[in-house]
Ligand binder design. Sequence first.
Ligand code: FAD
Ligand code: SIN
Length: 533
Amino acid sequence: MQIKSDFLVIGSGIAGLSFALKAAKCGTVSLVTKREIRESATYYAQGGIAAVLGPDDSFEDHINDTLVAGAGLCDPKIVALTVKDGPARILELITLGARFSTKREGEEQRLDLGMEGCHSNRRIVHAGDFTGIEVENALVKAVLENPNIAVFENRIAVDLITHSKFVDDSGEEAVWGAYVLDKDTGKIGSFLARSTLLATGGAGKVYIYTTNPDVATGDGVAMAWRAGAPVVNMEFMQFHPTCLYHSKAKNFLISEALRGEGGILRLKNGEAFMARHHKMADLAPRDIVARAIDYELKQSGDDCVFLDMTSNSPGFIKERFPNIHENCLKFGIDMTKDLIPVVPAAHYTCGGIKTDSDGRTGLRGLYAIGECASTGLHGANRLASNSLLEGLVFADRAANAACALLDKEVEIPAIPEWQTGGAVNSDEAVIISQNWDEVRRFMWNYVGIVRSDKRLERARRRMKNLKEEINEYYWDFTMTSDLVELRNVATIAELIIKSASKRKESRGLHYNLDYPETDDEHFKKDTVLGGDE
Ligand code: FAD
Ligand code: SIN
């Protein structure tokens, strides 16, 4: 099976959908996504989208907050262009039909702007605590109604297609689409395109405890890496401080917006401990709060800490956080009067495929945006609610750049079909689940919130053995989506270990017990793997 279009979009979160809508103005789009179209991290976003829209806010303040959170590694040009583009992109979403929470101020109905950690002002545009659902629904509706976009669900991209023909016939290797597994038929087809966009999201599933949905297996970064694109800053995995701690809860986030509305973190004995760790106490940058909780748990031997929202009225809690309130009730926790048990969990992949300010990667014809990309916005630690913003801003920029380059006269080269070789059906699926579990567990224990040289070396050795096993399995057995994802998770784990081992200092989300200080003289720079590293 072969499908041709001007653009191939891989992923249907905020980044992929927003790009598809814009690219469809100049060409045909095929959009592949590995589950149902809405299934994405975007859908589960709670807090909101950061943008300067309040009367007392300023671009300078949002820029400064982003730079402070990023611990010296943000690219100031990228930060400025993203922040300044924010209000226009929010307006576009509203025009598309997204309904954000508002409040009455005098005669006017204005956006109700929320507060989150490390922000100096109220600037979080939100739809209650269902922001992701509102945004995803608005974008999906527009995409499904667009005659220039063909959507393919339950299709998992396996590998990028590279070929030495490019638009100007320079002979340089370029990307011309991807091999894609149809999960319903088990067949692999080729989706060919003049430009390919990776919008595959993050890689939280590399860790055993994560807020991320199951689709977050780092596929885009792994595919781009195998095709030869440089990857940056993979050591900066963000751990969200507050994931619900309950034996029956899977991945349920307790939004930072709760601390923005006065939530206090407490130990089992009731002590509010964050003021001992940072002057901003509960609203300190996320890396600091997560590390403080990790420290307190190791000191006390407790399983979790607690978030106290009881200083707010029950009416306010139910109106502002209906999703979190309902979900907690399902687990027997009434947050209007009970403390919420929480632990940190892997949340956001700050590093990714290296791109320029228009989402171009190191490979011709290949763009990357959203969480799978590293644009320079987040540096060593992402500011809360800057991710959805980045997805919107870079979708717009990348679509403009790709449309400007589109030349419909250029022939897409002849591409060989996927070769299955001598692969046979596996009768040992248990190996896949065993390897998955093993990678995710040692990544949590050895390459988690607090690292050391010894732990990183252990992880490297474990990974080397596992990789050989997984590669053998990969080539011998018929392709399944579990196998594709396991191979990608292993690649991501290896990239994180390699990057973390190179950074012999502590900065932002990377903390190494053997080098507890920040070393600006030697390490105030990105960790680049591949390309001209
Ligand atoms: P995603 O939304 O994750 O979408 C990725 C898409 O790619 C999915 O459709 C997936 O199925 C598809 N895909 C992946 N691999 C393949 C493949 N091989 N083949 C085909 N399809 C593939 N950020 C904020 O700014 N504000 C928030 O309030 C906020 N809250 C969050 C709450 C939670 C619980 C989580 C997990 C994250 C939150 N974040 C928040 C982070 C933010 O949601 C994500 O960073 C952002 O949504 C990423 O968007 P994306 O389009 O890049 O990727
Ligand atoms: C949250 O609501 O705490 C998540 C916000 C984010 O990840 O930006």
